[in-house]
Ligand binder design. Structure first.
Ligand SMILES: NC(=O)C1=CN([C@@H]2O[C@H](COP(=O)(O)OP(=O)(O)OC[C@H]3O[C@@H](n4cnc5c(N)ncnc54)[C@H](OP(=O)(O)O)[C@@H]3O)[C@@H](O)[C@H]2O)C=CC1
Ligand SMILES: CC(=O)N[C@@H](CCC(=O)OP(=O)(O)O)C(=O)O
Length: 334
């Protein structure tokens, strides 16, 4: 028998990807899946691509539904995780995919999110120095934001090495539409998105404080762009150099033993499609010949390394399983 896990918020995009990963995981078993408006529906009607659980009925999202699951994935809208988490036994392991417990600074929370700051859990990015061990011994882990993981992987080693100026970082990052969740929104209609790129939350994105907290950046401008594709994030991160070190060599050294983070061969630049369906992050770096700025391009699948696969990676560590269990390093292309 496998380790019993619950997916709370299973009817959403991140929840659906969690179900797909659990179905193929060698050690995990689905104990229960819940929905909110879609409670009572069969998984087969909500996520037709997840055949393995097609006859499982979504329970109502409430703490009681979780029962005796060993680990709970929370894939709920921001602000909804704390109430459920507070009702679960302290021994129940939880991985939260939402933002509720990511930030250390309550003032940073209040600047970008409604409601009171719920608290701070262990930050779920194993590739940060020392973080893998902290996650392995934690019972509560806050998985990273999708833009945050894309940018932090590109930036943190360069700031830690004193190579990039933490006070001069500029990010432009494009995301597929699934990053905005599944609920109907006018700006996500096919007629608004198809054949068009559009910036949004310009000058005020909620992941900026998370990126600063996790990467060591102090001043950062980020412009998100909605891209006409279902999945994927491609971030271009530029920073003022503080030394003449080769940024690519710094990233290569930082990630040489990492199973999921790959600095691509010289001359190859990341494509979002190469990461689809996987927990991979692809990076490439150079120095801009005109401005002298460091340029790093980083690509992930927002539902993979940006959400569900990252959450499973954290769960694997918390459960003492092989970190890579049930996760793909190879994407789907074209
Ligand atoms: N999409 C992404 O790329 C990423 C998402 N995340 C985070 O994961 C979480 C889920 O995101 P995503 O799957 O995209 O969102 P969706 O909008 O696709 O799904 C939201 C889920 O929450 C349920 N829900 C909606 N309203 C409530 C409510 N008031 N109380 C309880 N449950 C509710 C929905 O149930 P129902 O449909 O049955 O009403 C659904 O299961 C969010 O915190 C998001 O920020 C993190 C990283 C990336
Ligand atoms: C395209 C799009 O709208 N993306 C969302 C990503 C939000 C999200 O999912 O936030 P977390 O990763 O913090 O949970 C946005 O930019 O707000």
């Amino acid at each position: 028998m496998g380790i019993r896990v619950a997916v709370v918020g299973a009817s959403g995009y991140a929840g659906g990807e969690l179900l797909r990963l659990i179905a193929g995981h060698p050690h995990l078993e689905l104990a229960v899946a819940t929905g909110f408006a879609q409670a009572g529906a069969k998984i087969g009607s909500v996520h037709p691509h997840v055949r393995s659980f097609r006859d499982v009925v979504l329970a109502k999202t409430e703490a009681a539904a979780v029962g005796d699951a060993d680990l709970v994935f929370l894939a709920l809208p921001h602000g909804e995780s704390a109430a459920i988490a507070a009702q679960l036994p302290e021994t129940t392991k939880i991985v939260d995919l939402g933002a509720d417990f990511r930030l250390q600074d309550p003032a940073a929370w209040s600047k970008y999110y409604p409601g009171a700051h719920a608290g701070t859990w262990t930050y779920g990015l194993p590739e940060l120095p020392g973080q893998r061990g902290r996650i392995a011994s934690a019972t509560r882990v806050a998985s990273t934001g999708c833009y945050a993981v894309t940018v932090v992987l590109a930036l943190a080693p360069l700031i830690a090495a004193g190579v990039a100026d933490p006070d001069d970082v500029v990010v432009v990052a494009a995301s597929g539409t699934s990053g905005a969740g599944r609920s109907a929104k006018q700006h996500l209609l096919a007629s608004e998105v198809m054949g068009s790129l559009s910036p949004y939350k310009v000058g005020a994105h909620q992941h900026v404080p998370e990126i600063k907290q996790a990467s060591g950046a102090r001043t950062l401008s980020m412009t998100p762009v909605l891209a006409p594709m279902p999945r994927g994030i491609l971030a271009t991160v530029t920073a003022k150099p503080l030394t003449d070190a080769d940024p690519r060599a710094v990233l290569q050294e930082a990630y040489s033993g990492e199973p999921f983070v790959q600095v691509l061969p010289e001359g190859q630049w990341p494509h979002t499609a190469s990461t689809f369906g996987s927990n991979a992050a692809h990076l490439q770096a150079t120095t801009d010949v005109d401005s002298g700025r460091i340029v790093v391009v980083s690509a992930i699948d927002n539902l993979g390394k940006g959400a569900a696969a990252q959450a499973v990676q954290n769960a694997n560590l918390m459960l003492g399983l092989p970190e890579t269990a049930g996760l793909a390093v190879d994407g789907i292309a074209p």
